[in-house]
Write a protein of this length. Structure first.
Length: 202
């Protein structure tokens, strides 16, 4: 059986429907058409589904007539610019991806929230909303602190003593100032950190 995907580009992300999802929907589309007295081959059903999906995504504002329009280096008149200028480059913000190995305190959502909030304040960020989900006693925690300047998120695997943390900040905030508080709270045996500059203008 041939495998395929329907893939759409949206703001730098690929939205993908695999064959295991598309095929049943195509069969439904074909069956519906046959009930109405028409015969739609499988290939045409795929095309119909692609058009239907694109129309649905367009109504949600998730596709654009021209993706290049969303990447232009333009700023509305009178708008405040929160892009960062550093090392001769302009970009939206700094995104730190942090892997903690041999970490502690990975099962208590209260301790985790306290640590992430302190990390946000250390970077001079503004906390808007916090949501954490605990998967059960001695289980992991997933959560996010939404910032005016972006977010801090965490996912923990206590059975592996591992945590994955994202710190994304724009404007005058410095996400590197959050790192010492992350280390102090989770006491990892080792830490792997990488930096990505999001929205880099060329």
């Amino acid at each position: 059986m041939t495998k395929f995907v329907l893939s759409y580009e949206w703001r730098g992300f690929h939205l993908v429907l695999s064959s295991c999802v598309v095929r049943p929907l195509c069969l439904c589309a074909g069956a519906l058409a046959r009930r109405r007295g028409a015969m739609i081959p499988h290939r045409e059903a795929v095309c119909w589904l692609q058009g239907y999906a694109m129309n649905a995504l367009a109504q949600l504002g998730m596709v654009s007539e021209s993706s290049r329009e969303n990447q232009e280096n333009t700023l509305a008149p009178g708008a405040k610019d929160y892009f960062v200028t550093r090392d001769g480059l302009q970009f939206a913000g700094t995104h730190l991806l942090i892997d903690l190995w041999g970490a502690e305190n990975l099962t208590d959502p209260i301790e985790i929230e306290t640590a992430l909030a302190a990390a946000a304040r250390a970077a001079n960020a503004t906390i808007l909303h916090t949501h954490l989900h605990h998967f059960g006693a001695e289980c992991g925690v997933s959560g996010v602190i939404v910032l005016a300047e972006s977010h801090i998120s965490i996912h923990t695997w206590p059975e592996r003593s591992f945590a994955a943390i994202d710190i994304f900040m724009c404007g005058a905030c410095d996400p590197y100032r959050s790192v010492p508080l992350i280390k102090a709270a989770f006491r990892p045996r080792s830490i792997l950190l990488s930096e990505h500059r999001r929205g880099l203008l060329t």
